[in-house]
Design a protein around this ligand. Structure first.
Ligand SMILES: Cc1cc2nc3c(=O)[nH]c(=O)nc-3n(C[C@H](O)[C@H](O)[C@H](O)COP(=O)(O)OP(=O)(O)OC[C@H]3O[C@@H](n4cnc5c(N)ncnc54)[C@H](O)[C@@H]3O)c2cc1C
Length: 358
């Protein structure tokens, strides 16, 4: 199934992403998960196809397209590649790049409580001196540049700026590679800044002006995560359906038991419902509407659905579902991040409950 808004252009992109994932990701998915990273070369390979640039303007080296196109590519990479970790690692520029595209110039230019972040940057001539730490940073272990939100002003949302900080800058280092429940092929870092001097020219946007940009980026990020949940669930459903036809018990394939068939039917229905809500939020966002509550609803609906569907897929696999060699075991672990990352389930409900007329 695809989103209702999709056109032939989306179908062509999906086909391209599917081919890429089948050739470059799927054969290595299990091995990269165990290794807890994938080769850096994969970034170059996907960049060469133009798929990594979908959603970014052609003037800055992107491939054009809207959120709907980004979602179609990301979904197909998950479905055909079967490595959520590799796909989120490949897409981690989706957090850092949009503010740079929006506010960067051609010159060199935490947590739930975003406005409470504490990494400090103190102006010293034409540099900022950055001190603090960042945790849970996707692809942070090997990024050549990081986009850091730092406190340049007073407390609250009015005192935050964006700085691009280059790997190798004295005072900046990766303090830890974090071990996670899932998303193993995607590295997650703890970063440390200790008197790290960053040129003022590396600031993206106005001084103290980062908070609205962070907020604006959340809609796209949350819908990307919702779309990944739809894809993970669809993959889990496919795997469970295939297994139910192959696995025999009491003299017949387990798909012959009504309880299994109905479980699969419930899973398909839950996926379709989350896909419809996510699709509506994508269409409205692509039209330029600001719909933070709808995006939050889509994320919560998709993450809840995904948790339930991967759990059911493991159950249909029986003991096999608990084994590292099957895809649904990996998806079960990968799915747990989604009600946490990109704004937690509870924070989404705060947004929804504060919206007018929800
Ligand atoms: C694998 C992984 C990758 C990540 N990648 C990135 C990344 O690349 N870049 C990045 O910036 N961040 C990243 N994150 C961080 C992620 O966005 C945060 O973990 C998430 O927003 C939750 O923040 P927290 O962990 O500080 O939890 P906390 O804010 O400490 O929340 C703890 C609990 O309290 C609840 N809570 C907090 N405030 C409220 C409230 N007001 N009302 C009700 N409940 C509340 C939360 O919902 C949660 O249940 C990543 C996280 C993980 C685990």
């Amino acid at each position: 199934m695809t989103y209702l808004f999709e056109t032939e252009e989306h179908a062509a992109l999906r086909a391209q992403a599917r081919r890429f994932a089948q050739e470059h990701i799927a054969p290595h998915a299990a091995q990269w998960d165990e290794a807890e990273e994938f080769p850096v070369e994969l970034y170059r390979q996907i960049a060469a196809t133009g798929l990594a640039g979908v959603g970014y303007p052609e003037e800055v080296g992107g491939s054009g397209g809207t959120l709907g196109h980004v979602l179609a590519v990301s979904e197909e990479l998950v479905l055909a590649g079967t490595s959520v970790g590799a796909v989120v690692g490949l897409g981690s520029h989706g957090i850092a790049a949009p503010p740079i595209v929006r506010f960067g110039t051609a010159e060199p230019g935490g947590g739930s409580d975003v406005a409470g972040l504490t990494t400090r940057a103190v102006r010293d001539g034409d540099h900022y001196v950055v001190t603090g730490a960042k945790t849970f940073i996707t692809s942070g272990c090997r990024a050549d540049w990081v986009l850091a939100a730092v406190r340049t002003g007073g407390s609250g949302h009015g005192g935050i700026s964006f700085l691009v900080i280059e790997k190798g800058t004295p005072g900046f280092h990766v303090s830890k590679k974090l071990k996670k429940t899932g998303w193993w092929a995607s590295d997650t870092a703890e970063l440390a800044f200790d008197g790290c001097r960053v040129p003022v020219a590396n600031r993206i946007g106005g001084e103290h002006g980062a908070f609205p940009v962070i907020m604006a980026n959340f809609a796209g990020e949350r819908l990307m995560l919702a779309g990944q949940c739809v894809a993970i669930a669809e993959l889990a459903h496919r795997e469970a359906r295939r297994y139910a036809k192959e696995r025999a018990a009491f003299g017949k394939p387990i798909a012959g038991f009504q309880v299994i068939r109905h479980k699969l039917a419930d899973m398909a229905t839950q996926i379709a419902a989350a896909r419809a809500l996510t699709g509506e939020a994508v269409v409205r966002s692509d039209r330029g509407e600001m719909v933070p509550a709808l995006c939050a609803m889509a994320k919560n609906a998709a993450t809840d659905m995904c948790s339930a569907v991967v759990d059911a897929a493991v159950q249909i696999h029986g003991g096999m579902g608990y084994m590292r060699e099957v895809v649904v075991e990996r998806l079960y672990r990968d799915a747990r991040l989604y009600p946490i990352g990109g704004g937690t389930r509870e924070i989404m409900n705060e947004i929804i409950s504060k919206a007018e007329g929800y």
